[in-house]
Each structure stands twice: as structure tokens, then as C-alpha cells.
Write a protein that binds this ligand. Structure first.
Ligand code: PXP
Length: 271
């Protein structure tokens, strides 16, 4: 079964509800494909980036097959699923709540699927999935993916209503959207501390409901420490910044540095 063997990216040795275990790092390689597609060439190859990422310490690979195929392609998912299966590493398939993506997920059976909202015109995943509002569409998809052995995560804003709704539709994991916090830090906006508190509270609530807690979007070297220190988090998914940084330092050193910052933040929080 695709990507199901080996190390688990969800539910493994990471943080339990109150634990401060090793935080897993999922590296999102979408934007290697963005560069490739900008010229319509067959390089740079996101599968090669996945190989480098795993060698540099990524615990898993994350890829978002968007409806408009602007970066990752169907063929990429095929090769990434095969690669991660061979390496015994999890593939985290980010997908919109559509019949097309449902069929693709069921065909490849990745280790995990993270349901995200998607609008064609958005530049990136701008907000979390409104699980509370789309309960009736999300619930059957969660059930079907789970029945196929896929671990289901919902990408939500750090808000109590969304975390509770994620629990009520049967998700095993919530991934908290860190985008607003990361932008606020980068732009030196005064609401940054309140946004960090919202992430902490949502993580605490999710863990208390028995959900595994992940976080991602917009994380960079500056923001990773405060996020990694949230004790309930078991996994971070990071992409755009790492691929950008790779232009200057190479992908391997960029990932190693991120990994080191995550570990340092965890050690400091535990001390
Ligand atoms: N997690 C989810 C659910 C996402 O949609 C994305 C972006 O594809 C990420 C994490 C990674 O975000 P970034 O590329 O900004 O690091």
C-alpha cells in the first residue's frame, strides 16, 4: 500500500497531547515544480528535491496537487508515491475536497491526506478549511479516506470552532494554519503575539480532544522557533521558504538549518 510502511509521519513517536517529543518535519516540494513549470521544462525535478530533503532529515514529503496543476503534476504524485514507499517515508498528499482529488488519493493511498480549501485564483492556500460550514461535504470524504487506510488531516485556522468541527467529522489530525502569524511577524505587526496565543490555544484544545496537531504555512527561520515550542505540535510542514532559501544556500543546508532551529526550540522549551 502506497506510503503506508515505515516511519509514520502521524501518530508515531512525535509529541503526545502534552509531550515535547521530537517534532517531525514534512518538507513541501511544490515550488520546485513551480520553477520547472515556469519554463515548461522537465527540470528542476521535485522528486530529486524529495530525495535531497529526506537525506537532509525530512521525516516526510508533502505535496499539493492543485486542481489547476500549477506546480505538482499527476505524474509527480505517481513518482513521489513510489519514492516515499521505497524509502519507507510518509507522503502527505494535500488535496482539495473534490471528487477528482478523492479518486486520486484513493488510487495512490498516500500515508496521509491533508484536506485544504482551494480556489483557482488564489496564489497559495489563503485560509483554513471552513470545516464547520462544509461539515456535510467533509465528513463523507474523511470517512472514505480513513476507510482506505489514509490518515486524515484538516488544514484549519487556529480557532476553537474549526478544531471542534474537525473532531466532529472524524479527522485524526488538524494542521493549524500559521500563515497569519508568520506574515504578522515578518511585517512587524502588533497583532503577532495575539496570533501566536491563538495557535497555542488551538493546539491545546486539539490535543485535549485527542487530535494529533500539525502546523504549517509561511514558516521561516524567524518564525519556526516560537511555533516549534508549542508543546502539543507533532509535525511542521514547510515548503516555500525552504525552496527559496535553497537558491542561496542549497536545499540540504536549508533543511538542516530548519531542522536544527526546530530541535533547539524544542530543547529550550523542555528545559
Ligand atoms: N501546509 C499546508 C496545508 C499547505 O497548504 C502548505 C502550502 O502548500 C504548507 C503547509 C506549506 O506552506 P509553505 O509553502 O508556506 O511553507
Amino acid at each position: 500500500m502506497g506510503g503506508m510502511s515505515g516511519e509514520r509521519i502521524s501518530g508515531g513517536s512525535g509529541a503526545g497531547p502534552k509531550g515535547r517529543g521530537r517534532l517531525r518535519l514534512g518538507v513541501n516540494i511544490d515550488h520546485v515544480a513551480t520553477i520547472r513549470n515556469a519554463r515548461g521544462e522537465n527540470y528542476p525535478d521535485p522528486t530529486r528535491a524529495a530525495e535531497v530533503a529526506m537525506a537532509a532529515g525530512a521525516d516526510g514529503i508533502t505535496a499539493h496537487l492543485r486542481e489547476d496543476r500549477r506546480h505538482i503534476s499527476d505524474a509527480d504524485i505517481e513518482t513521489l508515491a513510489a519514492l516515499t514507499r521505497r524509502r519507507g517515508k510518509p507522503l502527505n498528499f494535500e488535496m482539495a475536497v473534490t471528487d477528482e482529488m478523492r479518486a486520486i488519493a484513493l488510487r495512490h493511498r498516500p500515508h496521509a491526506a491533508c484536506l485544504v480549501p482551494e480556489r483557482r485564483e488564489e496564489v497559495t492556500t489563503e485560509g483554513g478549511l471552513d470545516v464547520a460550514r462544509h461539515h456535510n461535504r467533509v465528513l463523507p470524504l474523511v470517512s472514505e479516506l480513513k476507510a482506505a487506510g489514509i490518515r486524515v488531516s484538516l488544514f484549519v485556522e487556529p480557532a476553537a470552532a474549526q478544531v471542534e468541527a474537525a473532531k466532529s467529522v472524524g479527522a485524526q489530525v488538524v494542521e493549524l494554519h500559521t500563515g497569519a502569524y508568520c506574515v504578522a511577524v515578518r511585517e512587524r505587526r502588533p497583532e503577532a503575539p495575539a496570533l501566536l496565543i491563538a495557535l497555542r490555544e488551538a493546539a491545546r484544545l486539539a490535543a485535549s480532544l485527542g487530535l494529533e496537531v500539525h502546523a504549517g504555512h509561511g514558516i521561516d527561520y524567524e518564525t519556526v522557533g516560537a511555533i516549534a515550542a508549542i508543546p502539543e505540535l507533532a509535525e511542521l510542514n514547510i515548503g516555500h521558504f525552504l525552496i527559496g532559501e535553497a537558491i542561496f544556500t542549497g536545499l540540504d543546508p536549508a533543511i538542516r538549518r530548519m531542522r536544527a532551529l526546530m530541535d533547539a526550540a524544542r530543547d529550550e522549551a523542555a528545559a
